[in-house]
Design a protein around this ligand. Structure first.
Ligand code: GLA
Length: 379
């Protein structure tokens, strides 16, 4: 059962006394397809999930931000007039968001609050983007700022890129800010246009956590990104979005093998993502599933960001007759896979896949049947 507003209010009262003036919620996400395409100006198809970061807060007059994290049982604070980057810990995401809002010219007011969440950390479900967007929503409430979800997503991404130091794309912050209940969003990461893609009836989205972790910063994420950017430069274009598979093939002799395969993933993944959104609009779950399977193969063989655990999970998932398709989701190297399955058999799928995975790996996976939820909101 996901966290609810009353959990936040109760925690606030226990910790700080009285009641919060605002309760904000910003969801994690799972990406159906369109992986490692966002920083190549490409297309992604994520949904906001029913697991989120929550903040209950009330204003302070002294320009300080004081937060109690229930998950860490820690209290921390800083002054909005002067704060430095300590380079570790959950508070840096809130400071980083304050910093990027201030850089954009917003005058911020202080607040105190409690922070709670049920997005598993480091699992590839974007708990850090959800925290940045929750913090932005909290600052907007306390400082009476207009809430423009896309603008706030860009500022959340700035916090991640320039304060936390991870060169992520825009997908995670954008879907946490702009998600629509019952829908995935086809996002054009160049224009930030979001097109709602309703879920075909009779299907369920299942998140399969491999119980393996690999941090983004330590991972080869930045290296993959640099490789893609170098290849785009070779073609004299702004991003791999602007290169076709034919152009890539024709230039294959001028590009090293590894960069060629990275680019082939990105270009073909963009095509699959557009095709997947179209398949959803036709209620064509078989095609959606096949595209997800192909995406996994491309991430495994060409982009090389999968792992043994993810490959095993995907294999276990596909053995179940209710599964239309399955793939790793998020940055990779560990964390979660996602499957689209027949809704009527979703619980059986979840139990059977978890058991098969445990049997093969000895690891205890977590499996959630999830609902597409609303993006960041005051609740
Ligand atoms: C992480 C990043 C996103 C995106 C994915 C891979 O989640 O934060 O911007 O690049 O990896 O698709």
């Amino acid at each position: 059962m996901p966290l609810q507003k009353h959990h936040v209010v109760e925690r606030f009262t226990r910790q700080l006394g009285g009641e919060p003036v605002w309760v904000v919620r910003a969801p994690g996400r799972v990406n159906l397809i369109g992986e490692h395409t966002d920083y190549n100006d490409g297309f992604v198809l994520p949904l906001a999930i029913d697991r989120a970061i929550w903040i209950g807060l009330r204003p302070r007059e002294d320009g300080r931000v004081r937060v109690y994290s229930a998950d860490y049982d820690q209290q921390a604070e800083f002054s909005l007039e002067e704060f430095v980057n300590q380079r570790a810990g959950w508070l840096e995401y809130i400071k980083g968001t304050a910093w990027s809002l201030q850089q954009a010219g917003y005058q911020l007011c202080g607040w105190e609050g409690v922070l709670l969440g049920d997005v598993p950390q480091g699992a590839g479900l974007s708990s850090s983007a959800a925290l940045e967007i929750a913090a932005a929503r909290a600052f907007a409430a306390a400082s009476n700022l207009p809430w423009d979800p896309k603008a706030m997503a860009l500022l959340g991404q700035q916090a991640e890129n320039r304060w936390v130091g991870v060169q992520c794309g825009i997908m995670d912050q954008l879907i946490s800010a702009c998600g629509i209940a019952g829908h995935a969003l086809l996002i054009d990461c160049r224009t930030l246009e979001c097109r709602p893609a309703p879920f075909p009836s009779g299907c369920a989205v299942v998140v399969l956590d491999t119980a393996t972790r690999r941090g983004l910063v330590d991972s080869q994420y930045n290296q993959r990104r640099a490789q893609c950017e170098a290849t785009a430069k070779l073609f004299g274009v702004g991003a791999l979005r602007d290169v076709s598979l034919e152009q890539l093939e024709r230039a294959s002799e001028k590009i090293d093998q590894s960069s060629f395969r990275r680019a082939r993933h990105v270009i073909s993944e963009n095509q699959r993502t557009l095709a997947a959104a179209e398949a959803m609009s036709r209620n064509d779950l078989r095609t959606l599933g096949r595209l997800m399977d192909e995406s996994h193969a491309s991430l495994r063989d060409d982009f090389e960001v999968s792992s043994d655990a993810l490959n095993t999970m995907v294999r276990c998932a596909r053995k179940h007759p209710a599964c239309y398709g399955a793939r790793m989701t998020g940055a990779g190297f560990g964390g979660c896979a996602v499957a689209v399955v027949n809704a009527e058999a979703a619980e059986d799928f979840a139990t059977a896949t978890a058991a098969a995975y445990k049997n093969e790996t000895g690891l205890e996976p977590a499996v959630y049947v999830c609902q597409a939820s609303q993006g960041a909101e005051l609740v």
